[in-house]
Design a protein around this ligand. Structure first.
Ligand code: KIV
Length: 271
């Protein structure tokens, strides 16, 4: 936690795991949201490629481009003081080869000021993780449900339910730790599997739909504030509904403007 005004660093992830303190992470795509999350003392901010579905209206995250990620990451950087900032590498920015992966990871650091990047995938992306790390850029892993591969997975479904796929996810987690990831996101896996992975790894697990045994939790901020209503996964807890409040405000603006009640004297210049 960084409410004491200290920047959360990569060392704090491991320190928190060892101390048994939970890590907090939320997504942001713009400067004002980053300021609020930072002000609340959340440890880390992820500029997720979920921006594609949540803000840009795409059907899936696979459509998101590097330019869009850099644009949003730069805005989030400007609103972030103490939180650790992670940029999410979009689909096909790292899959084709090590060189391209390093170049694109470098853009997140150099152009957007991110502290680290996140990559989806298990053992198959370990060479990319190592290449990016050797350029001095920390990498956050992401396994379980990996939305960039949703077509191959057959939809947004819980992963690791049977023994074979659970064993594969466990192995992927170990591979990512050996490749040098500083932490790994576990998305949509049964909590018992997340508990076993968390117990096995020395690096922290950050769960999203992976139960309470993970070393930390990450959620999409727009989900927990009710600002994205296309679907609400079972694992999301909605703490408020700003969507309703916005609708109420804009409806009243329309009504008052139409009726002539706005602008009144208090909202006009008399001279
Ligand atoms: O893109 C994103 O927001 C993510 C989180 C849900 C982990 O990858």
């Amino acid at each position: 936690m960084n409410m004491d005004g200290k920047k959360f660093t990569i060392l704090d992830f491991k320190r928190k795991k060892e101390a048994g303190d939970k890590i907090t992470m939320l997504t942001a795509y713009d400067c004002p949201m980053a300021e609020l999350i930072d002000q609340a003392g959340v440890d880390a901010i992820l500029v997720g490629d979920s921006v594609g579905m949540v803000l840009l209206g795409y059907e899936s995250t696979a459509r998101v481009t590097m330019e869009e990620m850099i644009h949003h990451s730069r805005a989030v950087r400007r609103g972030t003081r103490n939180a650790f900032l992670v940029g999410d590498m979009p689909f096909m920015s790292y899959q084709a080869g090590d060189e391209e992966a390093v170049r694109n990871a470098g853009r997140f650091v150099k152009e957007a000021g991110c502290d680290a990047v996140k990559l989806e995938g298990g053992r198959e992306i370990c060479p990319r993780v190592e290449a990016i790390l050797s350029a001095g850029i920390p990498v956050l892993g992401h396994i379980g449900l990996t939305p960039q591969s949703v077509t191959r997975l057959g939809g947004y479904r819980v992963q690791g339910r049977d023994a074979e796929s659970a064993a594969r996810i466990m192995k992927d987690a170990v591979f990512l730790e050996s490749a040098g990831c500083f932490a790994v996101v576990l998305e949509c896996v049964p909590r018992e599997l997340a508990r076993r992975i968390t117990g096995k790894l020395r690096i922290p697990t950050i769960g999203i739909g992976a139960g309470s045994h993970c070393d930390g939790q990450v959620l999409v901020t727009h989900d927990i504030i009710g600002y994205f209503d296309k679907f609400l996964p079972k694992f999301v807890k909605q703490y408020t509904n700003v969507g309703e409040k916005i609708l109420e405000a804009v409806t009243r603006f329309k009504e008052e403007t139409t009726s002539g009640a706005f602008p009144d004297d208090g909202h006009s210049f008399t001279s």
